[in-house]
Design a protein around this ligand. Structure first.
Ligand SMILES: N[C@@H](CCC(=O)N[C@@H](CS)C(=O)NCC(=O)O)C(=O)O
Length: 325
């Protein structure tokens, strides 16, 4: 039976995310099974998805747009097959159907599910984005965003336009890993645990942890520019993709309303600052983000109504340059 994240529930009514399946690595080593070559790989994303968006963010800020092509699916999940009930990511039929989304240019697939079925005949997991596709071997290299961003950071530097930007430098790796761990659990995945909980207890637990972690970030960002120190790192990109969706979606749809992002001065200004990193704003399509969440989870929002606000302008001035002096 085809599944989606909405089915990933433990007996206690808590959301329990399962691990990704395709875990190959692209390497700068030319003899590797998946060597870093310009024009060979394609990134399938949804602009709505925070995990896919962090890969797109890397593609843009590392200057890999000429080397790695990408396509976004439509924002709202649809039936992927006539023969079962699975709802998932689909491609538009034409280039004009859905601004921002495009038909699959490589395989003519109608859905992300079809790509998984092309790559593996006995795949039983979820049909998630991102998908990093190898045009040469016609298969999925990886569907794990945390690993795709590491490949984009370090393995394509011979062809990247911004090879000197290292978001995971050796001296920061331990700090980034440790920061990612609590931010992933309490914030990135934490908002989903709030939103997908089917019992009060798991929701209460997730929302308490979420706000403890946001308060901790707010405190850290009072003293330093970025979450791991005075330079932009992987941990910032990972935190950003959740923060940018917070007031527009998670506060309402996932019931993360104890405090809004814009009530946290440091976190709010920090989110604007990262949004204004060259290349970043093009990875944020708020139309797709809102239409996806409010339109694809009928158990949470049965009528699919999209709230009108708050429509925040993240390109407006912020106060983070106080740390650049
Ligand atoms: N571990 C994956 C998670 C990706 C993921 O959960 N993507 C969601 C969209 S935000 C998805 O495609 N869900 C499809 C489904 O649940 O059927 C990663 O980080 O790459």
């Amino acid at each position: 039976m085809a599944r989606s994240a909405l089915d990933e529930m433990s007996d206690s009514g808590a959301f329990a995310r399962t691990a990704s399946t395709f875990r190959n690595f692209i390497s700068r080593d030319r003899q590797a099974q998946f060597p870093a070559e310009s024009g060979r790989y394609h990134l399938y994303i949804s602009y709505a998805c925070p995990w896919a968006s962090r890969c797109l963010a890397y593609l843009k800020i590392k200057g890999l747009e000429k080397a790695i092509t990408f396509t976004s699916v439509k924002p709202i999940w649809e039936r992927t097959k006539q023969s079962d009930e699975h709802m998932g990511w689909v491609f538009p039929a034409s280039y004009t159907e859905e601004p921002g989304a495009e038909p699959d240019p490589l395989n003519g697939a109608k859905s992300i599910r079809e790509l998984y079925e092309l790559a593996s005949t006995n795949y039983t997991g979820k049909y998630t984005v991102p998908v990093l596709w190898d045009k040469k071997l016609k298969t999925i290299v990886s569907n794990e965003s945390s690993e795709i961003i590491r490949m984009f950071n370090s393995e394509f530097n011979d062809i990247a336009e911004n090879p000197d930007l290292d978001l995971y430098p050796p001296h920061l790796q331990a700090k980034v890993d440790q920061t990612n761990e609590w931010i992933y659990d309490a914030i990135n995945n934490g908002v989903y645990k709030c939103g997908f909980a089917r019992k009060q207890g798991p929701y209460d637990e997730a929302v308490t942890k979420l706000y403890e972690a946001l308060d901790k970030c707010e405190e850290i960002l009072d003293k330093q520019w970025y979450i791991c120190g005075d330079t932009l790192s992987e941990a910032d990109v990972r935190l950003f993709v959740t923060l940018i969706r917070f007031d527009e979606v998670y506060a309402v749809h996932f019931k993360c309303n104890k405090k809004l992002l814009r009530e946290y001065p440091n976190l709010f200004n920090y989110t604007k600052d990262i949004f204004q990193v060259p290349g970043m704003s093009s990875t944020v399509n708020m139309q797709h983000i809102k239409r996806h969440y409010y339109g694809s989870h009928p158990t949470i929002n049965p009528f699919g109504i999209i709230p009108s606000g708050p429509d925040i302008d993240y390109s407006s001035p912020h106060d983070r340059e106080r740390f650049s002096k």
